[in-house]
Structures are given as C-alpha cells and as structure tokens.
Design a protein around this ligand. Structure first.
Ligand code: ZN
Length: 194
C-alpha cells in the first residue's frame, strides 16, 4: 500500500536497530562467567544495555527474549519481543520518542520499506564495509569488490589496542551481515520481477 498516508511514516533505513541474533554471544559470555547479567553499551546513543539470560533492558525499557529451536544439535535462536505489541522479531528499531530512544518493531514504529530502499541498502552496506576496512583497519580496498569485503578478515593493525580491534571487528561483522541480508533481499526482488 502506497500513497499520501504512508508518506508521513519514517524511512526504515534511517533508524538504527537491535539485532536479537547478537544476543546469543552475550548469553554465552554470561554462562561462561557464571554471572547473572552483563552490561553493554549502545555507543552511538550512549545508552546502557543490561543483558540477562531471559531479557534485557535498553535505557531501562525491558525487552524479553523468545527462543526458537533451529535444528538438532544447535543452540536455540534468540528473538526479541517488541515492548509495545509483544510480537516476536529479530530486529527492534531505535526510534526517538520524547527525547528518548525507544526500541520498537517495524509495525509499532510505523516504518516503511520504500521500494528504493532495498537497492540503497546494498550500496550503503557495501560503502560501510569499505569505509571500515579503509579508515579503521587501513586496508587498501581499491581492488576489493563488495563480495571480497564481505569475507574480509582484517588483522589487528600495529598499535591498535586489542579492545578497539574487538569492537571494530564486531562492527565489521555487523556491516558484513547487513550487506549479505540486503543483497539477498535485492536478489529475491530482482528474481520476482523476471
Ligand atoms: Zn510492536
């Protein structure tokens, strides 16, 4: 459905999001350390995220986990429930509301997927991978195609602290995963048009 009404809605590409698939990493760390919770930070917004085994809080807003089995011998996949409607999602978008960043599902946040956004998504994700590799890891990426960048595993540059390297690697992996997802979506769309 397109038209005047939808134009008042936000463009989903402009919002940052929480990805429940990254929660598993924290849950493993919590188990390994034998602790009840871990504190992480949304660095872009300067907001603490407290992650427990069954739920987390983002700026004090509780987000409950929901685990789905995903095959024999593998860990259950973690999803998150939208704090507004309680439905299960992989992503919650951080929408500014009354000066606060509130995690909401796509529907509750009334976000659109404009038809152009998918193709932008691929290019934007490719540029993000490239920028990270060039600016942070000092990799010369002139000869690198986005598909090379997708699988690139940069070594720690001389003089970079281990902590910084780890954080940047996490950022790169996110960018790579988002590029992968955006590319698959664009490919599916293109196949549907045939
Ligand atoms: Zn919702």
């Amino acid at each position: 459905m397109r038209g005047g009404h939808n134009q008042t809605h936000g463009d989903i590409g402009r919002y940052r999001k929480l990805d429940s698939f990254y929660v598993a990493k924290f849950l493993r760390a919590i188990k390994a350390k034998g602790e009840e919770s871990l504190v992480s930070y949304d660095k872009a917004n300067g907001i603490p995220i407290v992650i427990g085994m069954y739920s987390m809080t983002y700026d004090g807003i509780k987000i409950t986990f929901d685990f789905l089995p995903c095959g024999f011998g593998t860990n259950d996949r973690c999803f998150i429930l939208c704090p507004a409607c309680g439905k299960r999602y992989r992503y919650l978008y951080l929408v500014k509301h009354n000066g606060r960043h509130v995690p909401l599902c796509r529907k509750c946040a009334k976000l659109n997927y404009p038809s152009q956004q998918i193709t932008h998504g691929v290019d934007e994700c490719a540029r993000r991978m490239e920028r990270l590799l060039q600016d942070k890891f000092h990799v010369i990426t002139e000869d690198l195609t986005p598909d090379d960048a997708l699988w690139y595993f940069p070594l720690r540059p001389k003089g970079m602290r281990q902590r910084t390297y780890k954080a940047l690697m996490a950022e790169l992996r996110r960018a790579q995963e988002e590029y992968h997802d955006a590319f698959e979506k664009a490919l599916k769309e293109a196949l549907c048009r045939l």
